[in-house]
Ligand binder design. Structure first.
Ligand SMILES: Cc1ncc(COP(=O)(O)O)c(C=O)c1O
Length: 465
Protein backbone atom coordinates (compact mmCIF):
# COMPACT_ATOMS: atom_id res chain seq x y z
CA UNK A 1 0.00 0.00 0.00
CA UNK A 2 1.06 3.56 -0.67
CA UNK A 3 2.61 4.91 2.53
CA UNK A 4 3.20 8.48 1.45
CA UNK A 5 1.83 11.24 3.69
CA UNK A 6 -0.94 12.04 1.22
CA UNK A 7 -2.02 8.40 0.80
CA UNK A 8 -2.10 7.71 4.53
CA UNK A 9 -4.08 10.90 5.19
CA UNK A 10 -6.54 9.93 2.46
CA UNK A 11 -7.12 6.60 4.28
CA UNK A 12 -7.48 8.36 7.66
CA UNK A 13 -11.18 7.65 8.25
CA UNK A 14 -10.86 4.01 7.25
CA UNK A 15 -7.84 3.49 9.53
CA UNK A 16 -9.55 5.19 12.47
CA UNK A 17 -12.77 3.22 12.02
CA UNK A 18 -10.85 -0.06 12.10
CA UNK A 19 -8.60 0.86 15.00
CA UNK A 20 -11.14 2.50 17.35
CA UNK A 21 -14.13 0.35 16.47
CA UNK A 22 -16.52 3.32 16.60
CA UNK A 23 -18.30 4.60 13.52
CA UNK A 24 -18.37 8.32 14.27
CA UNK A 25 -20.77 8.88 11.36
CA UNK A 26 -23.49 7.35 13.53
CA UNK A 27 -23.33 10.31 15.91
CA UNK A 28 -23.38 13.09 13.30
CA UNK A 29 -26.39 15.39 12.96
CA UNK A 30 -27.51 16.74 9.59
CA UNK A 31 -26.13 20.18 10.36
CA UNK A 32 -22.83 20.97 12.04
CA UNK A 33 -23.21 19.15 15.31
CA UNK A 34 -23.27 15.62 16.64
CA UNK A 35 -25.00 13.71 19.43
CA UNK A 36 -22.49 13.87 22.30
CA UNK A 37 -24.50 11.76 24.75
CA UNK A 38 -25.12 9.07 22.14
CA UNK A 39 -21.38 8.89 21.57
CA UNK A 40 -20.69 8.65 25.33
CA UNK A 41 -23.28 5.85 25.64
CA UNK A 42 -21.93 3.97 22.64
CA UNK A 43 -19.09 2.35 24.59
CA UNK A 44 -21.39 -0.16 26.23
CA UNK A 45 -19.65 0.41 29.60
CA UNK A 46 -21.88 1.83 32.29
CA UNK A 47 -20.51 3.48 35.41
CA UNK A 48 -20.57 0.35 37.61
CA UNK A 49 -18.77 -1.72 35.02
CA UNK A 50 -16.09 0.96 34.57
CA UNK A 51 -15.58 1.06 38.33
CA UNK A 52 -15.22 -2.74 38.49
CA UNK A 53 -12.70 -2.76 35.62
CA UNK A 54 -10.69 -0.07 37.36
CA UNK A 55 -10.71 -1.81 40.77
CA UNK A 56 -9.54 -5.03 39.09
CA UNK A 57 -6.61 -3.22 37.52
CA UNK A 58 -5.11 -1.06 40.26
CA UNK A 59 -6.99 2.07 39.29
CA UNK A 60 -9.22 4.45 41.25
CA UNK A 61 -10.40 4.62 44.85
CA UNK A 62 -7.54 7.02 45.62
CA UNK A 63 -7.35 8.87 48.95
CA UNK A 64 -8.72 12.36 49.49
CA UNK A 65 -6.18 14.21 51.62
CA UNK A 66 -6.73 17.20 53.88
CA UNK A 67 -3.94 19.74 53.21
CA UNK A 68 -4.08 21.15 56.72
CA UNK A 69 -0.81 23.09 56.65
CA UNK A 70 -1.36 24.61 53.23
CA UNK A 71 -4.90 25.58 54.27
CA UNK A 72 -3.40 27.24 57.36
CA UNK A 73 -0.95 29.16 55.19
CA UNK A 74 -3.71 30.31 52.80
CA UNK A 75 -5.72 31.54 55.83
CA UNK A 76 -2.73 33.58 56.93
CA UNK A 77 -3.12 35.70 53.78
CA UNK A 78 -6.94 35.78 53.76
CA UNK A 79 -9.37 38.20 55.46
CA UNK A 80 -10.69 37.02 58.87
CA UNK A 81 -13.28 34.26 58.35
CA UNK A 82 -11.90 33.45 54.90
CA UNK A 83 -9.65 30.65 53.63
CA UNK A 84 -11.45 27.51 52.45
CA UNK A 85 -10.32 24.01 53.39
CA UNK A 86 -8.08 22.64 50.61
CA UNK A 87 -8.43 18.92 49.87
CA UNK A 88 -6.35 16.92 47.41
CA UNK A 89 -7.33 13.78 45.53
CA UNK A 90 -4.12 11.77 45.43
CA UNK A 91 -4.29 10.36 41.93
CA UNK A 92 -0.58 9.54 41.98
CA UNK A 93 -1.75 6.41 43.81
CA UNK A 94 -3.09 4.96 40.53
CA UNK A 95 -1.09 2.12 38.96
CA UNK A 96 0.79 4.35 36.50
CA UNK A 97 1.03 7.37 38.81
CA UNK A 98 -1.67 9.68 37.46
CA UNK A 99 -5.41 9.98 36.75
CA UNK A 100 -4.62 8.96 33.17
CA UNK A 101 -4.79 5.36 34.40
CA UNK A 102 -8.56 5.83 34.67
CA UNK A 103 -8.66 6.72 31.00
CA UNK A 104 -6.34 3.95 29.84
CA UNK A 105 -8.03 1.26 31.94
CA UNK A 106 -11.24 1.29 29.91
CA UNK A 107 -9.57 1.66 26.48
CA UNK A 108 -7.10 -1.16 27.06
CA UNK A 109 -9.75 -3.44 28.58
CA UNK A 110 -11.90 -2.81 25.51
CA UNK A 111 -9.00 -3.55 23.15
CA UNK A 112 -8.41 -6.87 24.93
CA UNK A 113 -12.11 -7.73 24.82
CA UNK A 114 -12.23 -7.10 21.08
CA UNK A 115 -9.24 -9.39 20.55
CA UNK A 116 -6.64 -6.79 19.53
CA UNK A 117 -3.06 -7.97 20.05
CA UNK A 118 -1.78 -4.55 21.00
CA UNK A 119 -2.57 -0.89 21.62
CA UNK A 120 -1.08 2.33 20.31
CA UNK A 121 -1.36 5.85 21.69
CA UNK A 122 0.04 9.14 20.47
CA UNK A 123 0.90 11.19 23.54
CA UNK A 124 3.81 13.03 25.04
CA UNK A 125 2.82 12.34 28.55
CA UNK A 126 1.35 10.46 31.46
CA UNK A 127 -1.22 8.87 29.22
CA UNK A 128 1.52 6.88 27.46
CA UNK A 129 2.64 5.50 30.80
CA UNK A 130 -0.98 4.73 31.71
CA UNK A 131 -1.64 2.83 28.47
CA UNK A 132 1.67 0.99 28.82
CA UNK A 133 0.87 0.06 32.42
CA UNK A 134 -2.61 -1.26 31.60
CA UNK A 135 -1.29 -3.09 28.51
CA UNK A 136 1.28 -4.78 30.74
CA UNK A 137 -1.50 -5.86 33.09
CA UNK A 138 -3.57 -7.31 30.23
CA UNK A 139 -0.65 -8.89 28.39
CA UNK A 140 -1.02 -6.71 25.28
CA UNK A 141 1.75 -5.18 23.20
CA UNK A 142 2.03 -1.42 23.40
CA UNK A 143 3.50 1.28 21.18
CA UNK A 144 3.64 4.91 22.31
CA UNK A 145 4.28 7.59 19.70
CA UNK A 146 5.84 10.57 21.37
CA UNK A 147 7.03 14.02 20.32
CA UNK A 148 10.31 14.02 22.25
CA UNK A 149 12.91 16.26 20.70
CA UNK A 150 13.62 19.51 18.96
CA UNK A 151 15.50 19.34 15.65
CA UNK A 152 18.82 19.04 17.54
CA UNK A 153 17.46 15.92 19.27
CA UNK A 154 17.41 17.68 22.61
CA UNK A 155 14.57 16.55 24.84
CA UNK A 156 12.61 18.25 27.59
CA UNK A 157 13.50 16.43 30.86
CA UNK A 158 9.88 15.74 31.72
CA UNK A 159 9.14 14.18 28.33
CA UNK A 160 12.28 12.05 28.51
CA UNK A 161 11.20 10.84 31.96
CA UNK A 162 7.78 9.91 30.65
CA UNK A 163 9.37 7.95 27.77
CA UNK A 164 11.46 6.10 30.33
CA UNK A 165 8.38 5.21 32.32
CA UNK A 166 6.59 3.84 29.22
CA UNK A 167 9.60 1.66 28.48
CA UNK A 168 9.72 0.50 32.09
CA UNK A 169 6.23 -0.94 31.55
CA UNK A 170 7.48 -2.77 28.45
CA UNK A 171 6.19 -0.42 25.75
CA UNK A 172 8.04 0.50 22.58
CA UNK A 173 8.40 4.27 22.35
CA UNK A 174 8.63 5.84 18.90
CA UNK A 175 10.44 9.10 19.55
CA UNK A 176 9.80 11.93 17.11
CA UNK A 177 11.02 15.47 16.70
CA UNK A 178 8.39 18.19 17.09
CA UNK A 179 6.34 18.69 13.93
CA UNK A 180 3.29 17.60 12.00
CA UNK A 181 4.37 13.97 11.50
CA UNK A 182 2.90 12.71 14.78
CA UNK A 183 -0.56 12.01 13.36
CA UNK A 184 0.90 10.50 10.18
CA UNK A 185 3.11 8.17 12.23
CA UNK A 186 0.17 7.15 14.38
CA UNK A 187 -1.98 6.28 11.36
CA UNK A 188 0.89 4.44 9.68
CA UNK A 189 1.56 2.32 12.76
CA UNK A 190 -2.13 1.60 13.30
CA UNK A 191 -2.39 0.36 9.73
CA UNK A 192 0.81 -1.66 9.82
CA UNK A 193 0.18 -3.38 13.16
CA UNK A 194 -3.61 -3.65 13.23
CA UNK A 195 -3.45 -2.56 16.90
CA UNK A 196 -6.18 -0.70 18.79
CA UNK A 197 -6.04 3.10 18.83
CA UNK A 198 -6.17 3.89 22.55
CA UNK A 199 -6.75 7.56 21.75
CA UNK A 200 -6.93 10.02 24.61
CA UNK A 201 -10.13 11.42 23.21
CA UNK A 202 -12.51 8.49 22.74
CA UNK A 203 -15.56 8.03 24.97
CA UNK A 204 -13.82 4.99 26.55
CA UNK A 205 -11.10 7.21 27.93
CA UNK A 206 -13.22 10.15 29.05
CA UNK A 207 -15.89 7.81 30.46
CA UNK A 208 -13.14 6.34 32.65
CA UNK A 209 -12.50 9.73 34.28
CA UNK A 210 -16.12 9.99 35.49
CA UNK A 211 -15.20 7.76 38.43
CA UNK A 212 -12.78 10.46 39.60
CA UNK A 213 -15.43 13.17 39.85
CA UNK A 214 -17.93 10.81 41.46
CA UNK A 215 -15.44 9.46 44.00
CA UNK A 216 -14.26 12.88 45.13
CA UNK A 217 -17.82 14.13 45.54
CA UNK A 218 -18.84 11.13 47.65
CA UNK A 219 -15.62 11.12 49.70
CA UNK A 220 -16.05 14.81 50.53
CA UNK A 221 -19.70 14.34 51.46
CA UNK A 222 -18.99 11.31 53.64
CA UNK A 223 -16.21 13.06 55.55
CA UNK A 224 -17.43 16.67 55.70
CA UNK A 225 -21.20 16.28 55.30
CA UNK A 226 -21.45 18.25 52.04
CA UNK A 227 -20.19 18.40 48.49
CA UNK A 228 -17.22 20.69 47.80
CA UNK A 229 -18.06 24.26 46.79
CA UNK A 230 -15.33 24.18 44.13
CA UNK A 231 -13.31 21.57 42.27
CA UNK A 232 -10.18 22.60 40.37
CA UNK A 233 -9.12 20.56 37.33
CA UNK A 234 -5.86 21.00 35.43
CA UNK A 235 -6.86 21.54 31.82
CA UNK A 236 -5.07 20.68 28.57
CA UNK A 237 -6.98 18.55 26.03
CA UNK A 238 -10.14 18.88 28.13
CA UNK A 239 -10.77 15.22 29.01
CA UNK A 240 -9.78 15.59 32.64
CA UNK A 241 -12.28 18.38 33.24
CA UNK A 242 -15.03 16.80 31.12
CA UNK A 243 -14.84 13.40 32.82
CA UNK A 244 -14.57 14.87 36.31
CA UNK A 245 -17.50 17.22 35.77
CA UNK A 246 -19.66 14.38 34.46
CA UNK A 247 -18.79 12.33 37.56
CA UNK A 248 -19.74 15.25 39.81
CA UNK A 249 -23.09 15.52 38.03
CA UNK A 250 -23.66 11.80 38.49
CA UNK A 251 -23.20 12.33 42.25
CA UNK A 252 -25.59 15.33 42.07
CA UNK A 253 -22.81 17.58 43.34
CA UNK A 254 -23.35 21.23 42.47
CA UNK A 255 -19.68 22.20 42.84
CA UNK A 256 -18.20 24.93 40.68
CA UNK A 257 -15.98 23.32 38.04
CA UNK A 258 -12.82 25.37 37.71
CA UNK A 259 -10.21 24.88 34.99
CA UNK A 260 -6.54 25.61 35.68
CA UNK A 261 -3.65 25.92 33.21
CA UNK A 262 -0.08 27.16 33.33
CA UNK A 263 0.25 30.34 31.32
CA UNK A 264 2.51 29.69 28.32
CA UNK A 265 1.09 32.44 26.12
CA UNK A 266 3.43 33.52 23.36
CA UNK A 267 5.05 30.09 23.02
CA UNK A 268 4.03 28.03 19.99
CA UNK A 269 3.51 24.34 20.67
CA UNK A 270 4.45 23.21 17.15
CA UNK A 271 7.52 25.44 17.01
CA UNK A 272 10.93 23.80 17.04
CA UNK A 273 12.42 26.95 18.58
CA UNK A 274 9.88 27.16 21.43
CA UNK A 275 9.70 23.40 22.14
CA UNK A 276 12.39 23.44 24.83
CA UNK A 277 11.60 26.90 26.19
CA UNK A 278 8.73 25.60 28.27
CA UNK A 279 9.11 23.96 31.65
CA UNK A 280 5.65 22.36 31.55
CA UNK A 281 4.66 19.79 28.97
CA UNK A 282 0.96 19.53 29.76
CA UNK A 283 -1.76 21.34 31.69
CA UNK A 284 -0.78 24.58 29.97
CA UNK A 285 -2.55 27.15 27.83
CA UNK A 286 -0.80 25.91 24.66
CA UNK A 287 -3.19 22.94 24.79
CA UNK A 288 -5.90 24.25 27.10
CA UNK A 289 -7.01 27.17 24.95
CA UNK A 290 -6.95 25.61 21.45
CA UNK A 291 -8.62 22.40 22.64
CA UNK A 292 -11.38 24.37 24.41
CA UNK A 293 -12.03 26.43 21.30
CA UNK A 294 -11.87 23.47 18.94
CA UNK A 295 -12.03 20.09 20.72
CA UNK A 296 -12.16 18.20 17.43
CA UNK A 297 -8.55 19.05 16.59
CA UNK A 298 -7.72 15.72 18.28
CA UNK A 299 -6.84 12.38 16.66
CA UNK A 300 -10.45 11.14 16.39
CA UNK A 301 -13.28 12.75 14.39
CA UNK A 302 -15.18 13.85 17.53
CA UNK A 303 -13.39 14.36 20.82
CA UNK A 304 -15.15 13.22 23.97
CA UNK A 305 -13.28 15.95 25.87
CA UNK A 306 -15.46 19.06 25.54
CA UNK A 307 -14.52 21.39 28.41
CA UNK A 308 -16.68 24.39 27.50
CA UNK A 309 -19.74 22.19 28.12
CA UNK A 310 -18.81 21.95 31.81
CA UNK A 311 -16.43 24.73 32.82
CA UNK A 312 -17.66 27.44 35.23
CA UNK A 313 -14.42 29.40 35.50
CA UNK A 314 -10.92 29.23 33.99
CA UNK A 315 -7.73 30.49 35.70
CA UNK A 316 -4.08 30.55 34.74
CA UNK A 317 -0.98 30.57 36.93
CA UNK A 318 2.66 31.09 36.00
CA UNK A 319 5.39 28.45 35.80
CA UNK A 320 7.16 30.05 38.78
CA UNK A 321 4.01 29.82 40.89
CA UNK A 322 3.60 26.10 40.14
CA UNK A 323 7.26 25.37 40.94
CA UNK A 324 6.86 27.21 44.22
CA UNK A 325 3.67 25.34 45.14
CA UNK A 326 5.36 22.03 44.25
CA UNK A 327 7.95 22.75 46.92
CA UNK A 328 5.25 24.00 49.29
CA UNK A 329 3.42 20.67 49.01
CA UNK A 330 6.62 18.77 49.74
CA UNK A 331 7.80 20.91 52.63
CA UNK A 332 4.47 21.59 54.34
CA UNK A 333 2.56 18.38 53.67
CA UNK A 334 5.35 15.83 53.12
CA UNK A 335 4.04 15.01 49.64
CA UNK A 336 6.32 15.09 46.63
CA UNK A 337 4.14 15.23 43.54
CA UNK A 338 4.47 16.20 39.88
CA UNK A 339 3.73 19.38 37.95
CA UNK A 340 0.27 18.95 36.38
CA UNK A 341 -1.67 18.42 39.59
CA UNK A 342 0.25 21.22 41.27
CA UNK A 343 -1.08 23.62 38.64
CA UNK A 344 -4.54 23.12 40.16
CA UNK A 345 -3.06 23.38 43.63
CA UNK A 346 -1.56 26.79 42.82
CA UNK A 347 -4.97 27.98 41.60
CA UNK A 348 -6.71 26.48 44.65
CA UNK A 349 -4.24 28.14 47.05
CA UNK A 350 -5.11 31.50 45.53
CA UNK A 351 -8.89 30.97 45.26
CA UNK A 352 -9.22 29.47 48.76
CA UNK A 353 -8.24 32.87 50.17
CA UNK A 354 -11.36 34.41 48.61
CA UNK A 355 -13.67 31.66 49.88
CA UNK A 356 -15.17 31.41 53.37
CA UNK A 357 -13.46 29.31 56.03
CA UNK A 358 -16.29 26.76 56.14
CA UNK A 359 -16.13 26.17 52.39
CA UNK A 360 -14.21 23.37 50.64
CA UNK A 361 -12.09 23.48 47.50
CA UNK A 362 -10.83 20.20 46.04
CA UNK A 363 -7.73 19.85 43.89
CA UNK A 364 -8.87 16.85 41.88
CA UNK A 365 -5.52 15.24 41.12
CA UNK A 366 -1.86 14.70 41.83
CA UNK A 367 0.62 12.98 39.52
CA UNK A 368 3.79 11.03 40.34
CA UNK A 369 7.10 12.82 40.18
CA UNK A 370 10.60 11.57 39.46
CA UNK A 371 13.77 12.25 37.43
CA UNK A 372 13.06 14.97 34.82
CA UNK A 373 9.75 15.90 36.40
CA UNK A 374 11.48 17.38 39.44
CA UNK A 375 11.96 21.12 39.89
CA UNK A 376 15.76 20.84 39.85
CA UNK A 377 16.30 19.36 36.36
CA UNK A 378 13.53 21.56 34.98
CA UNK A 379 15.07 24.78 36.28
CA UNK A 380 18.57 23.69 35.18
CA UNK A 381 17.21 22.94 31.71
CA UNK A 382 15.42 26.29 31.59
CA UNK A 383 18.67 28.11 32.49
CA UNK A 384 20.56 26.10 29.80
CA UNK A 385 17.95 27.31 27.32
CA UNK A 386 18.51 30.94 28.18
CA UNK A 387 15.57 31.43 30.55
CA UNK A 388 16.13 33.88 33.37
CA UNK A 389 15.16 32.25 36.71
CA UNK A 390 14.72 34.58 39.69
CA UNK A 391 12.59 35.42 42.71
CA UNK A 392 10.14 38.31 42.36
CA UNK A 393 6.52 38.88 41.45
CA UNK A 394 5.20 36.03 39.24
CA UNK A 395 2.94 38.42 37.37
CA UNK A 396 6.09 39.78 35.70
CA UNK A 397 6.99 36.35 34.25
CA UNK A 398 7.29 36.22 30.44
CA UNK A 399 6.94 32.61 29.16
CA UNK A 400 10.03 31.60 27.20
CA UNK A 401 12.09 34.43 28.71
CA UNK A 402 11.73 34.22 32.48
CA UNK A 403 10.53 32.05 35.34
CA UNK A 404 9.69 34.12 38.39
CA UNK A 405 9.36 32.26 41.66
CA UNK A 406 7.18 34.21 44.09
CA UNK A 407 9.22 36.15 46.65
CA UNK A 408 6.43 35.40 49.12
CA UNK A 409 3.40 33.02 49.06
CA UNK A 410 1.07 36.04 49.18
CA UNK A 411 2.14 36.80 45.58
CA UNK A 412 0.55 33.58 44.26
CA UNK A 413 -2.46 34.91 42.44
CA UNK A 414 -4.52 33.01 39.85
CA UNK A 415 -5.61 35.10 36.86
CA UNK A 416 -9.14 34.66 35.53
CA UNK A 417 -9.75 34.16 31.82
CA UNK A 418 -12.91 35.44 30.18
CA UNK A 419 -14.85 32.32 29.14
CA UNK A 420 -17.00 34.41 26.77
CA UNK A 421 -13.84 35.16 24.79
CA UNK A 422 -13.25 31.42 24.44
CA UNK A 423 -16.88 30.92 23.41
CA UNK A 424 -16.52 33.60 20.75
CA UNK A 425 -13.36 31.97 19.43
CA UNK A 426 -15.20 28.64 19.30
CA UNK A 427 -18.01 30.27 17.32
CA UNK A 428 -15.57 32.00 14.95
CA UNK A 429 -13.94 28.70 14.11
CA UNK A 430 -17.29 26.91 13.56
CA UNK A 431 -18.53 29.77 11.37
CA UNK A 432 -15.37 29.61 9.28
CA UNK A 433 -15.26 25.83 8.88
CA UNK A 434 -18.94 25.55 7.95
CA UNK A 435 -19.24 28.87 6.03
CA UNK A 436 -22.15 29.93 8.22
CA UNK A 437 -23.94 33.25 7.87
CA UNK A 438 -26.84 34.86 9.76
CA UNK A 439 -29.22 33.28 7.23
CA UNK A 440 -27.97 29.72 7.29
CA UNK A 441 -27.15 29.38 10.98
CA UNK A 442 -28.11 25.81 11.90
CA UNK A 443 -27.92 23.63 15.00
CA UNK A 444 -28.30 26.49 17.45
CA UNK A 445 -29.39 23.98 20.14
CA UNK A 446 -26.12 22.14 19.64
CA UNK A 447 -24.10 25.36 19.88
CA UNK A 448 -25.88 26.28 23.11
CA UNK A 449 -25.03 22.85 24.57
CA UNK A 450 -21.43 23.08 23.44
CA UNK A 451 -20.99 26.51 25.01
CA UNK A 452 -23.30 26.03 28.00
CA UNK A 453 -25.39 29.10 27.21
CA UNK A 454 -28.99 29.89 26.25
CA UNK A 455 -30.25 31.19 22.90
CA UNK A 456 -30.22 34.83 24.02
CA UNK A 457 -26.62 34.59 25.04
CA UNK A 458 -25.75 32.83 21.78
CA UNK A 459 -27.33 35.65 19.83
CA UNK A 460 -25.45 38.22 21.91
CA UNK A 461 -22.09 36.51 21.36
CA UNK A 462 -22.76 36.12 17.64
CA UNK A 463 -23.64 39.82 17.50
CA UNK A 464 -20.34 40.69 19.15
CA UNK A 465 -18.32 38.75 16.59
C1 LIG B 1 -1.34 14.51 35.24
C2 LIG B 1 -2.17 15.24 34.25
N1 LIG B 1 -3.09 16.11 34.68
C3 LIG B 1 -3.89 16.81 33.84
C4 LIG B 1 -3.77 16.67 32.47
C5 LIG B 1 -4.72 17.42 31.59
O1 LIG B 1 -5.70 16.53 31.10
P1 LIG B 1 -6.50 16.86 29.78
O2 LIG B 1 -5.52 16.82 28.64
O3 LIG B 1 -7.53 15.81 29.68
O4 LIG B 1 -7.08 18.22 29.93
C6 LIG B 1 -2.82 15.77 31.95
C7 LIG B 1 -2.70 15.62 30.51
O5 LIG B 1 -1.69 15.48 29.92
C8 LIG B 1 -2.00 15.04 32.86
O6 LIG B 1 -1.10 14.16 32.43
Amino acid sequence: MDKTYEAIMARKNEILLKSVGLDYKEFENDGIGFDFEKMMDSTGYDYDLMETIQRDNGVGNTPLLDLKNITKLARKYAKPGYGAKILLKDEACNASGSFKARRASISVYHAKKLGFKGVIAATSGNYGAAVASQAAKHGLKCIIVQECYDSELKGQPEIIEKARKCEAFGAEVVRLTVGPELFYQLLLLLEETGYFNASLYTPFGIGGVETLGYELAIQTKEKYGKFPESVVCTNAGGGNLTGTARGLLRANADSLVIAASVNLSGLHMASDKDFNKKSFTTGHTGFGIPFSINPDRSDVPRSAGRPLRYMDEYYTVSQGEVFFVTEMLAELEGLERGPAGNTSLAVAFSLAQKMKEDEIIVVQETEYTGAGKHIQPQLSFAIENGINVEFGNPKDEVPGKSIILPRNPSLISARKLNIDDLRKSYLRSVIKVHSLTKNNLVDTDYLCEELRIDKNKLEKLLGEI
